[in-house]
Design a protein around this ligand. Structure first.
Ligand code: NDP
Length: 258
């Protein structure tokens, strides 16, 4: 699919993998709506790449619709990348045998609400808009890429909520691709390993944490870069024969229990 002149929405587009993807999409001619909570960074990036910023919390349906309407005003909406997400870790039970020390259920629900339900809400609404665009060759109308995680497959201690959210994204990739095939919309998911982004925080503690993480990467022995993920995301969009698949981009890492 040619990206020249199409509009694209990247949720979580102000930071990390989403920002790298927004830049690469724009470099290929797409008009990108950076849909994120981070207004300052999102506006700066949108200015840099000739796109637009839309303040979107992916748990708010009306804000998703605003981003879609903005994208439609910039060109036919043919691309959605779901990169908004949060991490969270807590063991399922506490140490003292009290019910109160069991995992925080509100935290579990919040991770699912953002990473899984938010992703589905963006898909169902953006795909609705895509389905009304003029078909391209072979009836193609658009492409969607979700960002899951290797935690969908190798969830570590404390990752029940995060792995459930990302496993849900992996699990819904095929049925949604089937649902949208009649409209010529492809759906793929990319599952990153350990990528050097602001999700790990900043400062000395975070650098030490990341240095420890990269020891487990098979090859190359380092964290991945946002651009390396963006490259796979954009391949999934531009390669019209790519559909209904989840691809790990992880330097060969298989996460241990902790
Ligand atoms: P970043 O934290 O750099 O970027 C995520 C962006 O999404 C942030 O700007 C964040 O804002 C935003 N965001 C969070 N919640 C919402 C929301 N409710 N609505 C809209 N935007 C929101 O993270 P990454 O680029 O590293 O992560 C991108 C995706 O990749 C995530 O889904 C993550 O789970 C996944 N991933 C990342 C890995 C990594 O190693 N970096 C590994 C595997 C998967 P704010 O900063 O305010 O929260």
């Amino acid at each position: 699919m040619d990206l020249n002149g199409v509009s694209a929405i990247v949720t979580g587009g102000a930071s990390g993998i989403g920002a790298a993807t927004a830049r690469l999409l724009a470099s290929k001619g797409a008009k990108v709506v950076v849909a994120d909570l981070q207004e300052d960074r999102g506006t700066a990036l949108a200015t840099e790449i000739g796109g637009a910023f839309c303040r979107v919390d992916v748990t708010k349906t009306d804000e998703i619709v605003n981003a879609i309407e903005m994208a439609k005003s910039m060109g036919p909406l043919r691309v959605l990348v779901n990169s908004a997400g949060i991490g969270w870790a807590q063991r399922t039970i506490g140490k003292d045998g009290s019910y109160d020390s069991a995992a925080n259920l509100d935290a579990f629900k919040k991770v699912i609400a953002i990473n899984l339900v938010g992703t589905f809400d963006c898909i169902r609404l953006a795909a609705t808009a895509m389905s009304t665009t003029e078909p391209l060759e072979y009836g193609e109308r658009g492409a969607i890429v979700n960002i899951a995680s290797v935690a969908a497959f190798d969830g570590q201690i404390g990752q029940a909520s995060y792995s459930a959210s990302k496993g849900g994204v992996v699990g819904m990739t095929l049925p949604i691709a089937r649902d949208l095939s009649a409209s010529g919309i492809r759906v793929n998911t990319v599952a990153p390993g350990l990528i050097d982004t602001p999700i790990y925080g900043q400062g000395e503690g975070s650098e030490a944490f990341k240095a420890n993480l990269e020891k487990g990467v098979l090859f190359p022995h380092r964290l991945g870069e946002g651009t390396e993920l963006a490259s796979m995301v954009v391949e999934c969009i531009t390669n019209s024969y790519m559909n209904a698949e989840t691809i790990r981009v992880d330097g060969g890492i298989r996460m241990p229990p902790k």
